[in-house]
Write a protein that binds this ligand. Sequence first.
Ligand SMILES: [Zn+2]
Length: 458
Amino acid sequence: MKLTLFFIQIIFLFHNSIFPQKLDTELYELSKRIVRNSLLDMKGYEWLRELCEIGPRLTGSENSYRAIHWAKRKMEEAGFDTVWLQPVMVPNWKRGDLEEATIVKSKKYKGRKLNITAFGGSVGTDEKGINGEIISVKDFNELKSKGELVKGKIVFFNRQLDFGEVEPFSGYGKAVDQRSRGAIEAAKFGAVGVIVRSITTKHDNVPHTGVMYYVDSLPKIPSVAVGYQDADFLMKAIEEEPDLMVNIKLSCQTFDDTLSYNVIGEIRGREFPDEVIVVGGHFDSWDKGCGAHDDGAGCVQSMEVLDLFKRMNYQPKRTIRCVLFIDEEQRQTGAIEYAKFASQSEQKHIAAIESDRGAFTPRGFYVDTDSATLNYLQSFLPYLNLAKIDWIRKGGSGVDVSKIKNTKALFGYVPDSQRYMDVHHSENDIFEMVHPREFQLGSAAMAILCLLISELGI
Ligand SMILES: [Zn+2]
């Protein structure tokens, strides 16, 4: 008896893989229409062009407010059922006009400039800047082994993204501590500043910014990224002249936190309006380029998911809500605020999808869920294949949606990743780097996933 029960349980658990669900012809046709409309209309792509024309959207900047009101207006014009701004206090770091690194002591290279940019959150310098000899290290262990030698110097963290990793995100993950914690670790040994080799897959000379942190117990020292080619140059120059000295001048500053907003719009469900599927990206960007891939694209794709339903005149069974989270890049205050709202809401968040890996050709979805739900979700693949989605695997969703508690599943949209780190957090991240068809297939992939969760449940 017990054994029979056990087998019934096993069959139930693997039901969907043993007896794949029959394709629902109506949903399959709708999915096909989603792909076709997305590719033909290019509405999201044109929205992204408008958004990029506003400029970059650093949290607390004038542009960020212009963009917030632009998105609200677009959602209203598209006829979403409800559109609102959710207030939230955000960090307010400003770059300022001055950022310069110059070799000031060297027989051969005196006066040569390095192509640098401050990391977000870095302190500035006074007008004279800071001077220091360069001490090059690959990681925090090497830094520690240099000990006393670090005092009064500028630490040059010279470890590149691991190019041997097939996934650039993994290579990035292995290098990013230099940027985020480099100033803390260097300050422990009395360094006066930090220069970090840009974490990029492109061997150009464009510096890549990103967030960095301090702790109150240590001196706050300036921290900058240097272009890949100038990192190579600096490496060679200090081999030739170990006492070479660099001056860094920065006028960036951190101001008090300021008021900003998440932009939210939804289409109410026809049968279960209190069951919510969130689709979103982060609306802030760094102030280099215009945050086209990171994450203007993810935001506009999320807006377009709802717009595709509108265009097809299809009211989903469950509520689909687009959330453009402010301040992902620095402290995730927007995501925290939304998650708080979600946990207090009478509505139930059944799933959330984030697009924050660029707008390249669709590949798959990572999903944070239990094994039975993952099995069930695999049955969506024949529909998602229409938009070039090949797989659904267990994995991390996204920084913003992962804060929402008690959903059945959290998804991260995964496009091809090989070119993402070329543009990430740099002036390379402009509208022209986004391919219209790759972008539109992403909108379609997320719209099909929303359709299936909405109509079939999860
Ligand atoms: Zn991002």
